[in-house]
Design a protein around this ligand. Structure first.
Ligand code: MTE
Ligand code: MO
Length: 233
């Protein structure tokens, strides 16, 4: 699916899609794909109201995001490392893949149970890059040009933190942050940066996009942001 081109969807079109969204859920995958194509670049925020595929909502803080494919995708790993690297999609695919099945929980309340994510453990990429003394955190950047996230080095080295290439047992589509997104299983979904383009090892945590607007930097599900959601499993 390629929603990279075209103008942002106007408010009226999105409102029209709200009805179609309900139909899409009832009618099945074809209409659902149409809804995905529109809501993934909705600049109005109204598509938050449309249930996405399998209970997901689609979020972007910018009006449109360029598409990247295996031909032009690159992930840059730099900062306080001995071996900075630029990885192509094929490089990531060639590394050992880990599959995690875990609930997804957004801080706005919606949850999608038992969602499979698959990709390369972030800990493996950090190990290959060689983290230097003085490093304490990891900063993530995105090719949407706006979003960013961060983890402490201890959090980043957890087994349940992936540089994900697949979600729901399919390659990550553009709407969900493909071809590569971060997946931080035990934390609210805003930590899982979509359209991942950079991993920078840093001396201190640099708060991410939503964190500068008030969200907690340590975003454990059920233990942050003043919420008491049941832990995800
Ligand atoms: N680049 C980028 N990543 C992002 C976001 C975003 O707006 N831009 N939103 C975050 C939030 S708040 C959530 S809930 C999830 C939504 O992921 P989805 O669109 O695949 O459902 O992505 C997270 N990662
Ligand atoms: Mo979210």
């Amino acid at each position: 699916m390629n929603e990279s081109s075209g103008t942002p969807v106007g408010r009226r079109v999105v409102l029209g899609m709200l009805g179609l969204g309900a139909a899409g859920v009832a009618v099945g995958p074809h209409l659902q794909r149409v809804v995905e194509a529109v809501t993934s670049r909705d600049p109005t925020g109204l598509s938050d109201l449309v249930p996405g595929g399998g209970g997901f909502r689609y979020y972007s803080v910018v009006a449109s995001v360029p598409g990247r494919t295996a031909a032009d995708y690159e992930l840059r790993i730099d900062g306080l490392v001995d071996r900075p690297a630029t990885l192509r999609l094929a490089d990531l695919e060639a590394l050992p893949q880990t599959r995690i099945v875990h609930d997804v929980q957004c801080v706005t309340g919606w949850r999608v149970p038992a969602t499979p994510f698959e990709g390369v453990r972030l800990s493996l990429l950090l190990e290959r890059a060689g983290v230097r003394d003085g490093a304490a955190a990891v900063r993530f950047s995105c090719f949407d040009g706006a979003y960013g996230e961060s983890l402490t080095l201890d959090q980043a080295r957890r087994d349940d933190v992936l540089v994900a290439l697949r979600m729901q047992d399919r390659p990550l589509g553009h709407a969900h942050g493909g071809p590569v997104r971060l997946y931080v299983a035990p934390m609210y979904f805003y930590k899982s940066a979509k359209w991942l383009s950079g991993i920078t090892v840093t001396p201190e945590v640099r708060p991410g996009y939503w964190e500068r607007l008030g969200y907690d930097v340590d975003a454990w599900v059920g233990r942050s942001n003043g919420r008491d959601d049941a832990p995800t499993g």
